[in-house]
Design a protein around this ligand. Sequence first.
Ligand code: SF4
Ligand code: SF4
Ligand code: SF4
Length: 173
Amino acid sequence: MTEESRRVFLLRAARGAGGVALVGGAGVLLARADRVTLHKIDAVQCTACGLCETECVRKPSAVKCVNDFAKCGYCEFCYGYYYHAPITDDPKNLVCAPGAIIRRKVGDVQYEYTIDESKCNGCGKCVLLCRKFGNGSFRLEIRRDLCKECNRCAIGAACPPAAIRMRRYERPA
Ligand code: SF4
Ligand code: SF4
Ligand code: SF4
């Protein structure tokens, strides 16, 4: 039985028992089946070190960049988007190698930056530069629909500032 199918089996068993199951050898206490333990990035502690791209068991990573529009300055020259002037979409001038950041004019001098998550690999380069020179509106997030909910997050095990937190939440019925 694979690790994944073992987890599913144990969760179903716990649900059937309506309570708590103990996983013998590993000595891991599984919570009630209607609760799951998820991993979340603490955006303040995260240094955008690059390991979110390389350490996730998923390829490409379950970690994606998100832009917090409430914080974003809608800058014409976005430091997370352009490495350097001139302002042209020549790939040489752009931070994001896979082209995951979409730039759209939304006002006279305002530009909106959205992330195409299907292209983002979670490298964090844009996050680092936006934080260093801009408003810090870009951050990394573990996307729930992609995360395999590993018992021990491989990124968390490698994360230099221990920025991955475990959170319990109620699984929706
Ligand atoms: S490994 Fe940790 S510090 Fe590095 S990008 Fe991921 S969450 Fe941030
Ligand atoms: S620079 Fe990296 S983290 Fe930012 S959008 Fe592109 S692939 Fe994602
Ligand atoms: S829990 Fe697993 S799938 Fe999810 S982010 Fe961590 S290593 Fe990737």
